[in-house]
Write a protein that binds this ligand. Structure first.
Ligand code: NDP
Length: 464
């Protein structure tokens, strides 16, 4: 490619999922690329998000396995002691290793790494400390951070970043929120043996998902937490513990209920990290949620400045940021036919909540399908997984499929239960390929599995 008078063709601010993917792709296409990072390589997902969270969910599952093992003939005795500090140390070691891998990947791809906080001086100039770099194209990929309501005592609470820093397991914890993070971390705490109070202002947890699936998961979570729906935290106060060193937190809810815990964790959403980057100074427009406003090509209101990932506040999921970063870099640096690069489709984004039980989904919810189609066939299966026919545990799985009767096309597939995320990933391929219900019916199952239910659902519970 032809180079210009700038230090770099492409300067990426933020080495999270979107930024790293964009930088690697650009460098691979011959662009002289730099990436600036002020904190840790790999961003939220690798350091304080998806990866360490998944490791903690594995840890939390062992208590279930231990309990179930008895029915399979194991002499298990008492539940062995759990060592929170060891889990954290091992998690930290693994995350450090991944940080190193991210750095190496960038270095190997030929991306120049610059550590420090980047601030835009103008459309082509980025300052980091006392150095200024020039670039033809600049990408904002600074991600997001948690937002917490302004209530008295909020400074006593932690967010999900704070969760990963906890060096001691709180015996009693109060989690606020009803979305991804609140349900996932409530499941982790409970699995590891903490008493969990969950406080959510809505009628149901995970209310953005299919209503029936959300209710099913809410009911399951209510069986192992003290679930307070339609409730909010009014204030948090610090108290010295009776007869013990240390302190505890007294949480008052808006209905007057008071709950004493060791830790309060707020998981009440996230917002784009746009402050202090110099965006306003150069005229980059933000949307109502504070995200960088971009068009379908990730171009901001200022030519030459782009944004992808959580900072655009569109779909805040790692695979989406990766796809956006790659799409942008290909569009900018694939020569010569730049204009023909495709735009990203935001339809059929599969996602999973690693709550207990897991929830996973792709396509339309029943409510969305009924809004868009004159009739919808609903297929459902609720069953106790084979494993629990022996353990007797009250663990069930719910699967749901929505079909357009006019075309037979599958519109949405939803599942709550063990391995939901692993199963739905395959379903996402089928939906992406435009699978019809007949395609599912013509597919042989793998027996005995839970997933085979998706190819053996024959009778709709609702056909209109
Ligand atoms: P979510 O948007 O999923 O959930 C936020 C929750 O907080 C909602 O239940 C919301 O209630 C509630 N809430 C918001 N404001 C307040 C308030 N002022 N007082 C009380 N409750 C409030 O955000 P999370 O923080 O859980 O996660 C952030 C994002 O991170 C997710 O949206 C997701 O994109 C990503 N993520 C993805 C994961 C995955 O893929 N498995 C895992 C973790 C995070 P209401 O519904 O009433 O607005």
């Amino acid at each position: 490619m032809q180079h210009n008078e700038f230090d770099f063709d492409f300067f990426v601010i933020g080495a999270g999922s979107g930024g790293v993917r964009a930088a690697r792709t650009a460098a691979g296409l011959g662009a002289r690329t730099a990436i600036a990072e002020q904190r840790f390589f790999g961003g939220t997902c690798v350091n304080v998000g998806c990866i360490p969270k998944k490791l903690y969910t594995y840890a939390a599952q062992f208590a279930h396995h231990w309990r179930d093992a008895v029915s399979y003939g194991w002499q298990t005795g008492d539940l062995p002691a759990f060592d929170w500090q060891r889990l954290k140390d091992n998690k930290d070691k693994e995350i450090n290793r991944l940080n190193g891998i991210y750095r190496n990947i960038l270095g190997t791809a030929g991306v120049q790494i610059i550590e420090g906080r980047a601030i835009l001086e103008d459309v082509h100039r980025v300052r980091i400390g006392d150095q200024v770099f020039t670039a033809q194209h600049i990408l904002i990929a600074t991600g997001g951070h948690s937002k917490m309501p302004e209530i008295p005592g909020i400074e006593l609470a932690i967010d999900s970043d704070g969760f990963f820093e906890l060096t001691k397991q709180p015996k009693r914890v109060l989690v606020v929120g009803g979305g991804y993070i609140a349900t996932e971390l409530a499941g982790v705490f409970a699995g590891l043996g903490s008493t969990v109070h969950l406080v959510h202002r809505g009628n149901v947890l995970l209310g953005d998902f299919d209503a029936e699936i959300a209710s099913f998961v809410t009911e399951a979570i209510a069986s192992y937490t003290d679930l307070n729906l339609r409730s909010q935290v009014s204030r948090i106060e610090k108290h010295i513990k009776n007869n013990e060193s240390g302190h505890e937190l007294l949480v008052t809810l808006d209905n007057g209920r008071q709950i004493t815990v060791d830790t309060v964790l707020f998981a009440t959403g996230r917002k784009p990290s746009t402050a202090g980057l110099g965006l306003e100074k150069i005229g980059v427009q933000l949307d109502d949620g504070g995200g960088v406003h971009v068009n379908e090509f990730y171009e901001s209101s200022v030519p030459g400045i782009y944004a992808v990932g959580d900072v655009i506040n569109r779909v805040t999921l790692t695979p989406v940021a990766l796809a956006e970063g790659q799409m942008l870099a290909r569009r900018l640096f694939r020569q010569p036919d730049v204009a023909s690069a495709p735009v990203m489709s935001y339809e059929l984004i599969a996602s999973a909540v690693f709550s207990d039980p897991q929830l996973a989904t792709v396509g339309l919810t029943e409510a969305q399908a009924r809004q868009q189609f004159s009739a919808v066939k609903v297929f459902k299966s609720r069953f106790r997984p084979l494993k629990h026919t022996m353990t007797g545990a009250a663990e069930f799985t719910l699967m749901k499929m929505l079909v357009d009767p006019a075309t037979d096309r599958v519109l949405g597939v939803h599942m709550a239960g063990a391995d939901a995320a692993e199963i739905i990933q395959g379903m996402a391929v089928a939906l992406q390929a435009g699978a019809t219900k007949a395609d599912f019916d013509n597919t042989l199952g793998i027996h005995p599995t839970a997933a085979e239910e998706f190819v053996t659902m024959r009778t709709p519970v609702s056909g209109s």
